[in-house]
Design a protein around this ligand. Structure first.
Ligand code: ADP
Length: 759
């Protein structure tokens, strides 16, 4: 009988034990879906001291071993916990993991080298005769596992069958460290192939680069992002290696745990609701407004963000456009921590009753925000997949997103002609465009509640379950291991029993700041009355050390029987001694398999989406939307052409467009740029200039509107005044407002080289 597929899934976070962002969500829910799809899965996570006692008390000590790291020999305990049918193994070493936060320490390079090596070592200590077929590593924290596996363990009988998959959840965080640790910590300095494939410059090595060179398959979390990271604009200096290895690179969209995130059962909501009975959502909104000190009004659209307050998440655009948004009658609430806390506080003080900020990590509040809001803003500079916009849709809160990465793959922009859509979007990383998109949403909320409600329905009925993604991962695993079997579990749809037992929340990962009350005091500048006018508006296949270039993995995965032993402690030396000269590693890439997998994924995607709503897949929908709009617009060319971007442009002169853009982007460059290379900065600037020029051209063609001064940041002549919003919905439905439904899809100028929390 064929062996069942057995997968070890290694991650630095996994909900509900530890989570700082999307990686924790993915590692918390994908393994369950993989199990349902027919694989056995063990999840490996560091045993942080921040894991709630509720869980640590249930852990069982099932083994221990030592891990060699350069000259060190470090203890590693294996603590087991079974939850929801998944076995979790927590790798225990208090020196490395008994800290107050998962990342951000001076020795992160050593901590996660330890974790990666311990993961690899532990494959021979797995419980219940578990024999790993696939080692699935996630992000830079586990990126050294494929390297260690090939350099130190390859050839040992248990390791012979192990294929590695490496998933990029965010390429901005790569694990880049001084090359001194090559010898001191990794013990790889004496293996020239390894040293070369990890090196990213004359004095640094890069863990993710190592994984990309060594792994058998690479995935990232959305198809669009898979394409983007092969370009210099998004590739964060790894685009070259990704282009070289693109035959093993694929994008598989994340899902969400639809039982965990379900407004009809979520016990933390003020009232439950579902797509069939939305009454509870109004109560959630009123309660949220009350809780945050906002005016309790059903007629004011409430837009929220639940996010890290970082440049990646588009906080520059938010800062730029908040005056316009708030004075235009939209309420805003922000939950998050990060670099923009002061500016968010400034706006909360300036617009009491309209703007609230909570500078903390609070899962329960995030749920109340997803449920109580009308709109969810996510204007990311780049976004590998993004889960927040998906959760928002699940809770009937319409996302407003920039068309990048997974945001583009998950949100179907509203098409006023066909009524299709699950949210609103804009193309360029530009504050005015974002503002236009916000007011397109707000206008629909005010003026056409039926269409709004339809859109909410579409959003809530999209299929974002993990099943689709899990099937795609299983296809990928099978392409690497055609000899093993998957045995899907029968699919008993989880009956949405109300979650009665509050699962303990993971400890806040970000130290909560003292919070200002949301409705601050009189010295706050009064909201200025605004001119009254409504607003306008391919999967990897066989492991394939590449037959190429000097840096090719082929070289490394065919170890040249290098004498390795000198500094490695006993265990590792043994491993190396036993390592056979050659692993038949250079499997040929099977294009047919790749295609089949791709086709299957696409088919599944299409099927599920068309079932969920009639709006079809994102990509087809986008196309449909585009062509439908185009057709409809034959007679209305001018109207259709008045896209979000154009609307912004039309309101201004060319000069305004240029200067406003400059104003919007100036802080970006000033505050964030430091790591960007000159070449990149120049390129981005050139692209921006081109975009500005395009806007200017369009502006000239469009009818002239009042000139806005660049020094007067986007104070809307166009948006609904607060007063009016308070009373009734704004009366005049500006025709221009209705003309803008589809944001142009032009690639945006953007760049970042920020290395955040983790590297
Ligand atoms: P990221 O880039 O941070 O991983 P994602 O959208 O993929 O972004 O995932 C973010 C996850 O973290 C979501 O589940 C979101 O609800 C959660 N989250 C982010 N910030 C906070 C916060 N301040 N409080 C509670 N949950 C948060």
């Amino acid at each position: 009988m064929a062996k069942k597929m057995q997968v070890v899934f290694a991650s630095a976070e996994a909900a509900p034990f530890v989570k700082t962002g999307g990686l924790g969500d993915v590692a918390g829910s994908l393994p369950k879906a993989l199990k349902k799809a027919g694989a056995d899965v063990i999840v490996m996570v560091p045993k942080y001291s921040t894991i709630p006692d509720y869980y640590t008390q249930q852990m069982q000590h099932v083994g221990e071993f030592y891990v060699s790291l350069g000259w060190r020999n470090e203890y590693c305990g294996l603590e087991r916990l079974d939850l929801d049918g998944i076995t979790y193994l927590f790798l225990d070493n208090e020196h490395y993991f008994a800290r107050s936060y998962p990342y951000g320490f001076f020795d992160d390079g050593e901590r996660f080298a330890f974790f990666s090596k311990a993961v690899t070592e532990s494959l021979q200590h797995l419980p219940d005769g578990f024999q790993c077929d696939i080692l699935h590593c996630n992000d830079w924290h586990t990126a050294l596992s494929p390297v260690f596996l090939r350099e130190f363990y390859q050839g040992l009988p248990l390791y012979e069958r192990v294929k590695t998959v490496f998933s990029i959840h965010n390429i901005a965080f790569q694990g880049q460290f001084s090359d001194t640790i090559l010898n001191d910590v990794l013990g790889l300095a004496h293996i020239p192939n390894a040293a070369r494939q990890l090196r990213c410059d004359s004095s640094s090595i890069n863990y993710m680069l190592g994984a990309l060179n060594y792994t058998d398959a690479i995935t990232t979390v959305s198809p669009t992002y898979a394409g983007e990271i092969q370009t210099p604009e998004y590739g964060e200096h790894l685009d070259g290696v990704l282009r070289r290895r693109n035959n093993i690179l694929s994008g598989i969209l994340n899902g969400i745990d639809t039982v965990e995130w379900d407004p009809s059962t979520d016990y933390q909501l003020t009232e439950n609701y579902s797509v069939d009975n939305m009454e509870g959502k109004a109560a959630c909104k009123a309660a949220l407004q009350q809780e945050l000190g906002l005016e309790v009004r059903s007629d004011r659209p409430l837009m929220v963000m639940v996010t890290r307050l970082t440049r990646q998440k588009g906080m520059d655009l938010v800062t730029y456009a908040l005056d316009r948004i708030l004075s235009g009658g939209v309420q805003v609430a922000i939950l998050g921590t990060g670099d923009y806390e002061d500016s968010m506080n400034y706006f909360a003080n300036k617009y009491p009753g309209s703007m609230a900020v909570r500078l903390t990590f609070d899962s329960a509040l995030s749920r109340r925000m997803y449920s109580g809001a009308d709109m969810f803003l996510m204007p990311s500079l780049f976004e590998p997949c993004g889960l927040s916009q998906i959760i928002a849709m699940r809770y009937g809160t319409l996302p407003i997103v920039r068309e990048t990465g997974g945001l583009k793959d998950t949100v179907i922009p509203y098409n006023q002609f066909t009524g299709e859509g699950t949210g609103f979007s804009f193309a360029h990383f530009n504050g005015d465009e974002m503002g236009d998109a916000v007011f397109r949403a707000a206008r629909l909320f005010w003026d056409d509640r039926d269409s709004w409600n339809e859109l909410v329905k579409h959003a809530m009925t999209q299929d974002f379950t993990w099943k689709r993604s899990a099937d795609a991962y299983i296809d990928l695993y099978r392409s690497l291991h055609p000899d093993v079997e998957v045995m899907p579990e029968p699919e008993p749809e989880p009956t949405p029993a109300p979650v009665s037992e509050p699962a303990p929340e993971p400890e806040p990962e970000v130290a909560p700041e003292p919070e200002p009350e949301a409705a601050p005091e009189p010295e706050a500048a009064p909201v200025e009355p605004v001119v009254e006018k409504p607003a306008e508006e391919e999967p990897a296949t066989a492991a394939a050390p590449e037959p190429v270039e000097e840096e090719s993995v082929a070289e490394s995965s065919e170890p040249k029987a290098e004498p390795v032993a000198e500094e490695a402690p006993a265990k590792e030396v043994k491993a190396e001694e036993e390592k056979p000269a050659v692993k038949p590693a250079a499997k040929k890439t099977t294009k047919a398999a790749t295609k089949a997998t791709t086709a299957k994924t696409a088919a599944t995607k299409a099927a599920t989406k068309s079932t969920a709503t009639k709006t079809a897949t994102k990509s087809t929908a986008a196309k449909t939307t585009k062509s439908a709009a185009t057709k409809t617009a034959t007679a209305k060319t001018a109207a259709t052409k008045t896209t979000a971007k154009k609307t912004a442009a039309a309101k201004t002169t060319a000069t305004k467009a240029a200067s406003a853009k400059a104003a919007a982007e100036k802080p970006v460059e000033e505050t964030e740029a430091p790591k960007a290379s000159t070449a990149k900065t120049t390129k981005a600037a050139a692209t921006k200039a081109a975009a500005t020029k395009a806007a200017a051209t369009k502006a000239a063609a469009a009818k002239t509107a009042p000139v806005k001064s660049a020094t007067e940041p986007a104070k809307p002549a166009a948006e609904a005044p607060v007063e009016e919003a308070k009373e009734t919905k704004p009366a005049a439905k500006a025709s221009t407002a209705k003309t803008t439904t589809k944001a142009t899809k032009v690639s945006a100028a953007r760049k970042t080289t920020t290395r955040r929390r983790s590297s």
